[in-house]
Design a protein around this ligand. Structure first.
Ligand code: ASP
Ligand code: MG
Length: 406
């Protein structure tokens, strides 16, 4: 008998009718003789609605209390799925994250799973029940409810699959799998039959929203094969796996883009040890995430330093940056919030020279100006004007022949 861990996202459980569709799939797996653990997200936009509701109370709300509030979304879906399964004659039981033994650290709103005590889950599986678990939540060392960051139910599912040594981990969503680019932008974007952990991690961090980046990280760490597939059809999905298990290595597997980017530059930063540390420590202390950093060549013992942050954090970052300018004696700052990041990702890049040159060539051909560049072994990212992002994604997709990939 095989054990399946399945996860159904918010759009798959958005209504009672959609839940019925989900339950039919679960019953089918069960009827085929498998044990099934189900992880669910909150229904549709419930999490956003709850956050909006909290926002109407005021600003600077306590994350502990917010976690208490938004974790209720997943509890609703877990209970409704269990009720619906039982109504269909399939024994089922819902559990909150803490009932399921999910232990996290104490970082409210972005907690990390530390361990899972699976005794209760195993005991319920043993009695033949489908166990339905509220995703996205756990319990802190203090005994408080935590949440795992937006999209965190994916991580709940992958962590459970690892702990329970599941035979399969399936993430059901509203698209067929991982695509070579966002199909809303590139009409001939292709679904990948497989993608490596490293590539998925980059794609997910770079704005491809099919999987929470931390879920890809977990899958890689514990070597869990994850299948991302559509809950509304029976099309085969994308398998996220070890590079060694993939049939073909591609030089470039996908083009990702992210509009949530703002660029900040500091001028005439004194060229002294410790200055970068002051800049980035001050930002980190305020919880502002920095992505790319570029320091230009020194002149007159002064450097310009540019970096990117998430544009939705810009209003919070701006006073902090002004404070930094004063503190380090820079001559000033500039910013641009209407920029975006376009990236190409591919495990085969590391052994193929000229990929970066091809990327810059494709952008140049479309007259697209590059503001910043950063690279890793399997990724190249460029910051460009937001208005040019669609043209850039399409041009890169074509340049690397991604319309022919499988
Ligand atoms: N409901 C949470 C969110 O909207 C978690 C999830 O869907 O995975 O981010
Ligand atoms: Mg989600």
């Amino acid at each position: 008998m095989a054990l399946f861990v399945t996860k159904f996202g918010g759009s798959s459980v958005a209504s009672v009718e959609k839940m019925r569709n989900v339950c039919e799939r679960i019953v089918e797996m069960k009827d085929q003789g498998n044990d099934v653990v189900v992880v669910v997200s909150a229904m549709g936009d419930t999490t956003d609605d709850l956050l909006k509701l909290a926002g109407s109370v005021g600003e600077n709300l306590k994350y502990r209390e917010l976690d208490m509030l938004i974790s209720t979304g997943e509890q609703q879906s877990a209970a409704l799925i269990a009720l619906s399964l039982i109504a269909m004659g399939c024994p089922a039981l819902s559990l909150t994250g803490w009932q399921a033994g999910i232990k996290t650290d104490g970082q409210h709103s972005k907690a990390r799973i530390r361990d899972i005590e699976p005794a209760r889950i195993l005991q319920e599986i043993d009695t033949g029940k489908v166990v339905v678990i509220a995703g996205f939540q756990g319990l802190s060392p203090e005994g408080d409810i935590t949440t795992l960051g937006r999209g965190g139910s994916d991580t709940t599912a992958v962590a459970l699959a690892a702990k329970l040594k599941a035979d399969r981990c399936m993430i059901f969503t509203d698209v067929d799998g991982v695509f070579t680019a966002d199909p809303r932008i590139v009409k001939d974007a292709r679904k990948l039959s497989s993608i490596s952990y490293e590539e998925m991690l980059e794609m997910a961090s770079l704005g491809a929203v099919v999987l929470q980046p931390r879920a890809a990280e977990f899958a890689m760490l514990y070597n869990v094969d994850v299948e991302v597939r559509n809950s509304f059809n029976n099309n085969p999905g994308t398998i996220i796996t070890e590079v060694a298990k993939m049939e073909k290595q591609r030089i470039v597997s996908g083009v990702a883009h992210d509009l949530n980017v703002a660029r900040i530059a500091l001028f005439d930063v004194p060229d002294q040890p410790g200055v970068a540390s002051i800049i980035f420590k001050t930002l980190a202390d305020k919880g502002i995430n920095v992505d790319m950093v570029i320091q230009s060549a020194m002149r007159d013992n002064r450097n310009d330093i540019a970096f990117t942050i998430e544009s939705n954090e810009f209003n919070r970052a701006r006073p902090v940056v002004n404070e930094i300018v004063m503190k380090i004696g820079a001559s000033g700052m500039s910013y641009k919030t209407d920029v975006a990041k376009v990236s190409i990702v591919g495990a085969g890049m590391q052994s193929n020279p000229g990929v970066a040159a091809n990327m810059f060539d494709a952008l140049a051909h479309k007259d697209i100006n590059i503001h910043m560049i950063s690279t890793s072994e399997i990724k190249i990212s460029c910051i460009i004007d937001e208005g040019e992002i669609e043209t850039a994604v399409q041009a890169l997709h074509e340049k690397f022949g991604l319309d022919k990939v499988d």
